[in-house]
Ligand binder design. Structure first.
Ligand SMILES: [Mn+2]
Length: 301
């Protein structure tokens, strides 16, 4: 084995074996988990998502040269640490939003960027609020099988982007949703590229559409694992057939390098629906790493 390599079954678990830290002081990118799934409308279980993602991240953390095919290791360019999980809201869903928002505010106040591991998708709402407070109204880049824009005054993992638009923290004219495979007429002004169109559109062209839509606005990238086809990501609350592959999603993501992506999250991995191979958490960990690279490159620009 090459020097610097570490097999995935060794040692303690943190995201990509990054150091565990109490605060984001001195970091370029902080990673945190939000083990919350009480806003789920389908199968619950994404409260175990952060743990599952961290565990499968160790399969890629084996290599000191970084995550293929990125040509550098993120830790060689940016100070990255795992802050652990936001806690204190178990069984009290009304405490989740303020707890996440407060933690995200504290991270962003240090000058660090933030990557968050979910948790159900409702966690994006307090994260968007914190990022908009720092960066102004945001462009949303949203990968998902569902639009999560239902016009409903209740806040759950299918309505939070409606609430975010209504609140003015995301700008629909600069926002784009990719991969939708469920009917929802409530677009609220966002550009929607459905799952079939994704399958017919080369990754580079899709990335260009995203860039054109977002323009110069600071962007927040959110990736629901159910964007992917259930054949590659079955362990999630509301799977929908007919989605793209992990390779396609990663090609699109990498083609966004250099955009002003100020923060992001990877949500909705629910490990208890996995087979023993843990392929959903593996996909989630890989996508989360790609988002981390994008946030780092955005931090540099
Ligand atoms: Mn979804």
């Amino acid at each position: 084995m090459s020097e610097g390599m570490m097999e995935p079954y060794l040692g303690l678990i943190s995201f990509f074996r990054q150091p565990v830290a109490e605060t984001a002081k001195g970091l370029d990118i902080a990673v945190m988990g939000v083990p919350f799934d009480l806003a789920t409308t389908g199968r619950p279980g994404s409260r175990f998502g952060p743990r599952g993602i961290r565990e499968m991240s160790l399969t890629m953390a084996e290599f000191p040269w970084g995550v293929w095919p990125w040509d550098f290791h993120f830790r060689d360019r940016w100070a990255v640490a795992d802050l652990g999980d936001v806690t204190g809201f178990t069984a009290y869903s009304d405490r989740m939003m303020p707890a996440v928002e407060e933690k995200a505010d504290a991270v962003l106040a240090t000058g660090s960027s933030l990557l968050t591991l979910g948790g159900d998708h409702s966690i994006s709402y307090p994260l968007l609020r914190a990022h908009a407070r720092k960066h102004g109204p945001l462009a949303l880049i949203h990968f998902d099988a569902h639009s999560d824009t239902w016009t409903d005054e209740d806040l759950n993992h299918g309505t939070m982007f409606y609430h975010a638009i209504k609140e003015g923290i995301i700008v629909p004219e600069n926002s784009i949703q990719l991969g939708m495979r469920t009917p929802n007429p409530d677009k609220h002004g966002m550009m929607v590229v459905d799952g079939n169109e994704c399958l017919k559109t080369p990754a580079e062209e899709m990335a260009k559409r995203i860039r054109d839509r977002v323009g110069d606005r600071a962007a927040y990238l959110t990736f629901d694992i159910d964007f992917l086809d259930p054949s590659v990501a079955p362990a999630t609350g509301t799977p929908v057939v007919g989605g793209p592959s992990v390779a396609y999603a990663r090609d699109v993501l990498r083609a966004l390098a250099g955009m002003k992506i100020v923060g992001g999250d990877q949500v909705e991995v629910a490990p208890h629906y996995e087979g023993a191979a843990q392929i959903t958490a593996l996909a989630g960990a890989t996508i989360a790493a790609d988002i981390l690279y994008l946030i780092g490159l955005g931090h540099d620009t």
